[in-house]
Design a protein around this ligand. Structure first.
Ligand SMILES: Cc1ncc(COP(=O)(O)O)c(C=O)c1O
Length: 380
């Protein structure tokens, strides 16, 4: 059932239950067929109001901080697989409390905390993040294997002394919105550099970046390579995608508040901001899709979309519409759930979009509204 955007308050992030369930069902299918444990990376999607739906399909999460590990414990009801580039001494006790697996980014970090971990009254499985030195992503911002990367240990780091005793798993994250063929290439690199350690290990975490819910993704190929790798190595395989869970599951609904013209450029000023509510558009950067609009076409009404913050660069161009835009009109940004929601800020004190769900009954349910207190409480 299609979302009726006229029923959604503005501004608002709205997730579509049907599309969300379709993604979850596909991920569950991949997990069952491949034998891999697939958990949600909270950094990409942490809208816990819909976790009762998520829990029907998946029961684990990858955390990158104490807060995310605690959210997993409290809202999914399981212990987290936790990895962070660095753990602070004053938070490590809480990391232990909320985690079943803890992956360290460096040998220093493992050496610093392994005593505490191994003495903990409940069994926690320690791992080490490796850098396979091959990524295949075209976006430098997301390339964890770029020269000098701070993320993970290289084969060279382990050349002399090997893996320290106690490490039970290896973890790599080197993909970004990638297909299964990119994973296959990375696995070749991981095997050639690290397979001598496999007999000592219990698990291999293949990180995120597996965009298995994208329409052209070759699911059968993914299942085949994971199954094959699992049979060959005997390792328990874990995947922790974020984007794939919420890919194309919902939109950011906005409203045109004003139209400005300057030097031949017409801008629709919205009640949302790119920098505060869709920061990846400026960071990555990328131009989002707007429902009902196209790339520029000569002779048709064309607009730049401007945010409501005072940042000069808070705009993206250009789109063509089949009619002149007027204040009050809805603008719906496509695919604005994964990463977008978790990265919002209250810069300029601009109104944070509400959060809601379009249910399978064709009803909009508001989950959260934001107000002055949400803005104020972050600042003092
Ligand atoms: C360690 C780790 N795991 C998982 C993910 C999730 O990746 P994605 O959302 O691209 O699937 C990330 C993303 O940055 C990550 O850094």
């Amino acid at each position: 059932m299609q979302i009726d955007y006229s029923k959604i308050p503005s501004p608002c992030f709205v997730i579509d239950e049907e599309r969300f369930r379709n993604n979850l069902a596909l991920i569950k299918h991949v997990s069952e067929e491949s034998g891999a444990e697939i958990i949600l990376a909270f950094k990409g999607f942490a809208m816990w109001g819909v976790f009762p739906i998520l829990r029907e399909y998946v029961n684990g999460a990858a955390a990158s901080s104490v807060n995310e590990a605690r959210l997993c414990y409290e809202e999914i009801g399981t212990l987290a697989h936790t990895y962070s580039p660095v753990f602070k001494g004053n938070e490590f006790k809480s990391i232990l409390k909320y985690s079943s697996h803890i992956t360290f980014n460096s040998l220093n970090q493992f050496n610093k905390y392994s005593g505490l971990l191994l003495k903990y009254p409940r069994k926690i499985s320690p791992g080490l993040r490796i850098n396979p030195e091959y990524s295949g992503t075209a976006y430098e911002l997301y390339n964890s294997c770029s020269p000098g990367s701070r993320l993970g240990v290289t084969a060279e780091d382990l050349a002399e002394k090997g893996l320290p005793d106690g490490i039970e798993g290896l973890h790599f994250h080197a993909l970004f919105e990638s297909d299964s063929f990119a994973l296959e290439k990375i696995l070749e690199s991981v095997e050639s550099k690290f397979s001598r350690f496999f007999p000592k290990l219990k698990w291999l975490n293949m990180g995120g970046g597996h965009l298995m819910t994208r329409k052209d993704y070759d699911i059968e190929h993914l299942i085949k390579i994971i199954r094959h790798f699992k049979e060959k190595t005997g390792l328990h395989i874990i995947l922790e995608p974020g984007s794939a869970f919420a890919w194309e599951t919902g939109e950011l609904v906005a409203t045109v508040e004003d139209i400005t013209r300057n030097q031949g450029i017409t801008t629709a000023i919205l009640d949302v901001s790119f920098t505060a509510h869709m920061p990846d558009c400026l960071e990555m950067p990328y131009k989002p899709k707007i429902i009902g609009a196209t790339d520029p076409v000569d002779g048709k009404p064309g607009y730049r979309m401007g945010g409501n913050s005072c940042l000069s660069g808070d705009f993206i161009g250009d789109w063509t519409f089949d009619h002149e835009l007027k204040p009050g009109e809805r603008i719906v940004f496509w695919d604005m759930i994964h990463y977008t929601m978790v990265k919002t800020t209250t810069f300029n004190g601009v109104q944070h979009p509400s959060i809601g769900i379009w249910t399978n009954d064709g009803i909009f349910r508001l989950i959260r509204e934001f107000g002055y207190d949400d803005y104020k409480n972050r600042l003092s």
